[in-house]
Design a binder for this molecule. Structure first.
Ligand code: GBH
Length: 481
C-alpha cells in the first residue's frame, strides 16, 4: 500500500504547510541573561524538588545564544513555518507593560523573526507556553485572578506592535487544559498549586478564556488588516476510544472529550461551556453543599465576546486512551476527575515510548480530527504538535520515523477520506529539550542536543532526513516521486 500512497497521488495538498515546534522555557536557557525576569518555571526548578532529575531550564539548549545556528538548521529542514513561543519575562521582566521593557529580549525575538523572513520561513508565535512572569504569580495569583486578563492583553498588544508584521500565525495559549488542570489541581506543572481541587482549575480556565477572547478582539480590531495574520488557540487532547461497543462506553468517551477539549473549544465556537459540564459540575456542587456551581458562569455579554474567537484551532495530539463508563463517584471532597467520572486506560499491546502516557496509536489522530470536524462545524484545524519520545542518545531513531510516517498517513486520510480541513502539521520537537517535570529524561527532538557539552552541539537524528523528505515531497513515504 505504501507505493500506492504516491501512485494514488496522495500527497498533501500543494498549499499544505509543514512546521516544527519548540517552546521558550524548554529551549532558550539564558534564564537571567540580559535583564530577563524570573518566571514560574525558573521559580519551580530553583525552589522545589519536583523535577524528576532535579534539572532546570537555566541553560537547556542555550538557544538564547544559538539562534542563528538553529535557524540555519531549520532552513535545511525545509519547513514552511517555525512554531516557537515568547518568554514573557524576557520581554517584560515583571510581566507588566508599565514596568521595565527589556530591549535585549526584544532584540532576541526580532533577530529570530528577521532570520526566518530571510529564509522564507513563516512564524507561528505562541504568546503563552506556560512561563508566567513570577511577579504576576506573587502579586495576584497569576491565572486565577481576573487581573490577569488585562495584564496579558497588554503584553499581547505589545507583541503585536513589535513583531506582528512578521508573524503569520499567533497562538494565545498553549494547552489551557494543562495550564489549569496541572498548574492548579494535580501539581504536574508550575505553579503547582494544589490547594483547591475541583475549584481552582475551573476559575483558571474561565480567566484564560476571557483573556484569549480579549486578545483575539485586539488583534481583530487593530492589527489584522495591516498585519494579515491569523490568531487561534492550541488545545491538547488524546483520542478517547470507547473500550467497547457498549453505548455507555461511547457516552464515557464523548464525556471525556467534552470535559477536556470541549471545555475550551465549545466556548470559542459556541460561546459557552459544554452542557454536560454545566450539568454535571452544577449538580455535584449543589450536592457537595456549594451555593453555586464550581464551574463559573459567563454573562451573556461574555458569551458573545468569546464566541467565534479563532481563525484556526490548534491541536496538540500525541496518543490515544481507552475509555470505559463507570458509576458516578460518591460525593465528598471535590476533584475534577470525579466530575468526569470515566475510567481511562491503555491497551497493553500498543507500542510505548519513553513517556508513560505516550503509546503509538496512529489511527487516533484521524478519529480525533474527524470528531473535531463534526463537533465544531469544520473549523480550520492545524496540528500544532505531534511527536514521539525516546530516552535520548538514539541517532538512528527508526521508531520516531515510524511514528511520523504512520501518523502523517492518518492525517492524509483525515483530509482526503473524511474531509477534515487540516491545513498544516507541526512536529514536536525541533530538538531535544527540557521536558518539564520529566527534566531531560524524555527526548522528542529531531535533532539531538548534547547537554553535557557546554557548546550544546546539535546532531541530526535519522528522522531529520525523513522529515526533510516529507517537507520536500509532501509525501509520507521515502521513495516518493
Ligand atoms: C505538550 O503537551 C507540550 O505542549 C510540550 O511543551 C511538551 O514538551 C510535549 O507535550 C511533550 O510532552 O502522565 O497522566 O500526567 C502534551 C500534552 C498532556 C502530554 C499531559 C502529557 C501527561 C499525562 N500532555 N500528559 S500524565
Amino acid at each position: 500500500w505504501r507505493e500506492n500512497v504516491c501512485a494514488d497521488n496522495r500527497k498533501f495538498p500543494p498549499d499544505f504547510k509543514f512546521g516544527i515546534a519548540t517552546a521558550s522555557y524548554q529551549i532558550e536557557g539564558g534564564w537571567d541573561a540580559d535583564g530577563k525576569g524570573e518566571n514560574i518555571w525558573d521559580h519551580l526548578t530553583h525552589q522545589t524538588n519536583l523535577v524528576k532529575d532535579h534539572s532546570t531550564g537555566d541553560i537547556t539548549c542555550d538557544s538564547y545564544h544559538k539562534s542563528k545556528e538553529d535557524l540555519a538548521l531549520l532552513k535545511d529542514l525545509g519547513v514552511d513555518f517555525y512554531r516557537f513561543s515568547l518568554s514573557w519575562a524576557r520581554i517584560l521582566p515583571t510581566g507588566y507593560i508599565d514596568g521595565q521593557i527589556n530591549e535585549a529580549g526584544i532584540r532576541y525575538y526580532e533577530d529570530i523573526l528577521s532570520e526566518l523572513e530571510k529564509h522564507g520561513i513563516e512564524a507561528m508565535v505562541t504568546l503563552y507556553h506556560w512561563d508566567l512572569p513570577q511577579k504576576l504569580q506573587d502579586d495576584f495569583g497569576g491565572v486565577l485572578n481576573d487581573t490577569f486578563i488585562d495584564v496579558f492583553a497588554n503584553y499581547a498588544q505589545l507583541a503585536f506592535e513589535l513583531f506582528g508584521s512578521r508573524v503569520k500565525y499567533w497562538v494565545t495559549f498553549n494547552e489551557p487544559f494543562i495550564i489549569c488542570q496541572q498548574g492548579y489541581e494535580n501539581g504536574n506543572k508550575a505553579p503547582a498549586i494544589t490547594k483547591a481541587p475541583g475549584i481552582d482549575l475551573y476559575t483558571c480556565a474561565h480567566v484564560v478564556l476571557k483573556a484569549h477572547a480579549k486578545v483575539y478582539h485586539i488583534y481583530d480590531t487593530f492589527y489584522r488588516k495591516t498585519q494579515k495574520g491569523k490568531i487561534g488557540l492550541v488545545l491538547n487532547t488524546d483520542w478517547f476510544e470507547p473500550a467497547s461497543g457498549d453505548p455507555k462506553d461511547l457516552e464515557a468517551s464523548e464525556r471525556q472529550l467534552q470535559f477536556q477539549f470541549g471545555w475550551f473549544a465549545h466556548p470559542i465556537v459556541y460561546g459557552n461551556y459544554p452542557q454536560v459540564m454545566i450539568d454535571r459540575i452544577g449538580e455535584r456542587s449543589i450536592r457537595e453543599g456549594f451555593k453555586t456551581s464550581r464551574l463559573p458562569k459567563f454573562t451573556n455579554s461574555e458569551i458573545e465576546e468569546i464566541k467565534g474567537t479563532f481563525d484556526f484551532i490548534g491541536l496538540n495530539h500525541y496518543t490515544t486512551t481507552l475509555t470505559r463508563w463507570k458509576e458516578d463517584e460518591a460525593i465528598g471532597k471535590p476533584e475534577s476527575l470525579k466530575d468526569i467520572s470515566v475510567e481511562v486506560f491503555k491497551n497493553p499491546f500498543w507500542e510505548g515510548s519513553a513517556s508513560s502516557w505516550l503509546k503509538v496509536v496512529p489511527w487516533g489522530i484521524r478519529r480525533i480530527s474527524k470528531w473535531i470536524k463534526d463537533t465544531y462545524k469544520n473549523p480550520e484545524l492545524i496540528i500544532t504538535e505531534n511527536g514521539y519520545s525516546d530516552v535520548g542518545g538514539i541517532f538512528d531513531d527508526s521508531r520516531r520515523i515510524n511514528y511520523y510516517r504512520e501518523y502523517l498517513s492518518n492525517v492524509l486520510e483525515a483530509i482526503y477520506d473524511d474531509g477534515v480541513n487540516i491545513t498544516a502539521y507541526t512536529a514536536w520537537s525541533f530538538m531535544d529539550n527540557f521536558e518539564w517535570l520529566e527534566g531531560y529524561t524524555e527526548k522528542f527532538g529531531l535533532f539531538s542536543v548534547n547537554f553535557t557539552d557546554p557548546a550544546r552541539p546539535r546532531t541530526p537524528k535519522s528522522s531529520v532526513n525523513y522529515f526533510k523528505n516529507v517537507t520536500k515531497t509532501k509525501c509520507v513515504v521515502e521513495q516518493c516521486l
